[in-house]
Design a protein around this ligand. Structure first.
Ligand SMILES: [Zn+2]
Length: 424
């Protein structure tokens, strides 16, 4: 993108004035951001893939290269080439901006040769004193990987994206330069593996982040920086945090502590009580509250079901009580109304049909009846209350009832009686 305003123009111009990587920075990236190997042949002859030195090595695991002093992992292999890459960041300042520069190192190590990495600048974050960021970077290309860039493209103003955010959270060159304001707001010398862009933004805009950094409460700061939701948690429970800290409580597992505090609050516990918010054994306190919350949830569920049953019963009686006690017969088959919700469930269970579980007792425009031949229940019937026709007539397990026609005849003969009940 072309710069859209003076600030962006200025940043592009400043970006052009950033210095290339220094030799110490390059060496650090090569030494520290990828793993190094000693490739060993059957003869025991081992080659440091970083400097090319060969020596006889009998030990396994990690060894120091006697030539360059690099810690190498011994690997028994006939392979001759390693290709590797890493992303790393150099954190610096430029005219009051906090700058996070992102680099890619690509390295090919050939047996017997000194490794010669290539370094490429991917882009940079520019954070002003209000915590607003501007991104300068390579053009991203659409590909299978998030880190696909058009490597010939110019470093221009870009929209922030996953790739830049991801890369800026990778390795950080340990010599970090920050603006005076960020220093004043508590930053000492390390990012503590917290996303640097978020951390600087928080230090510039959020006094709570500043407090935590100054108090060296790194785990809380890490939690805060992790997501906007977490930052809201810190805001919301700030008083509890302060009380816990004032009482010398060290929160080791911050996410668990927040879960605990939220459960405590849910259960009506005092989240300002040092005794409650600073448990000696957080894990145990946490588990106790998980059980409490689950118990309450189950109780609420039961209460809800009870309420529902009461409502269902009232509605059922309103709809169906006019048909209670209804019976009709042709002298052979007897058809009855079903006069309670329990009876619906009981018939449903006995016949493996859903007249109970699917709440047929609450259907407004149909009526469910049951048919007997002697003592044997032979069918469950649903009829329309509009025209008294049979909608379904089921035997056991939804089977077809062989008496359907006979049953239809009985119902047909009693239409008037059912209609009178309906009007009642
Ligand atoms: Zn070496």
């Amino acid at each position: 993108m072309k710069p859209r305003n003076l600030k962006e123009k200025h940043i592009v111009e400043l970006n052009g004035r950033l210095r290339p990587l220094t030799a110490p920075q390059k060496n650090w990236a090569l030494n520290s951001t990828i793993r190094h190997y000693g490739y060993r042949l059957k003869s025991g002859m081992c080659t440091c893939m970083k400097c090319g030195h060969e020596w006889l090595e009998t030990r396994d695991g990690m060894c120091l290269c006697p030539e360059c002093g690099t810690m190498v992992k011994i690997k028994d292999t006939k392979e001759r080439v390693i290709r590797d890459k890493s992303y790393f960041n150099v954190i610096t300042t430029m005219e009051g901006y906090q700058v996070i520069r992102m680099f890619l190192m690509i390295v090919e190590m050939r047996k017997g040769m000194k490794a010669k990495p290539a370094y490429l600048e991917i882009g940079s974050y520019w954070i002003d004193n209000e915590g607003k960021t501007t991104v300068v970077g390579l053009q991203r290309t659409l590909g299978r990987y998030i880190d696909s860039f058009a490597f010939g493209s110019p470093l221009e103003i870009r929209r922030d994206n996953d790739a830049f955010q991801h890369i800026s959270d990778e390795w950080v060159y340990p010599r970090i330069k920050v603006t005076d304001i960020i220093k004043r707001n508590g930053f000492k010398s390390s990012c503590h593996h917290i996303h640097p862009v978020t951390m600087f933004q928080e230090l510039l805009t959020n006094p709570k982040a500043e407090t935590l950094m100054k108090a060296n409460e790194i785990e809380l700061l890490r939690y805060l920086c992790h997501s906007p939701f977490n930052s809201d948690d810190v805001d919301f429970y700030w008083k509890s945090i302060k009380i816990a800290l004032r009482n010398g409580y060290k929160i080791d597992d911050v996410p668990m502590w927040f879960d605990y505090i939220k459960m405590l609050e849910q259960m009506g516990g005092d989240i300002k009580s040092p005794l409650l918010i600073a448990p000696k054994d957080l894990q145990t306190a946490h588990d106790i509250y998980v059980a409490k919350v689950n118990r309450r949830h189950r109780k609420e569920q039961q209460e809800k079901e009870r309420q529902q049953a009461i409502e269902d019963k009232a509605r059922f009686e309103e709809l169906k009580s006019r048909y209670f006690g209804m019976a009709m017969t042709d002298g052979e088959i007897e058809i009855h109304s079903i006069d309670s919700i329990d009876a619906y469930y009981e018939i449903g269970q006995r016949n493996k049909i859903c007249c109970g579980s699917a709440k047929y007792f609450l259907k407004e425009n149909t009526l469910t009846l049951t048919a007997y031949l002697g003592n044997k229940q032979i069918a469950t019937i649903e009829i329309s209350l509009d025209d008294y026709s049979i909608i379904q007539c089921r035997a056991f397990a939804n089977g077809i009832c062989e008496y359907t026609e006979q049953i239809a005849g009985i119902i047909n003969a009693n239409k008037k009686m059912i209609a009178e009940r309906k009007r009642a």
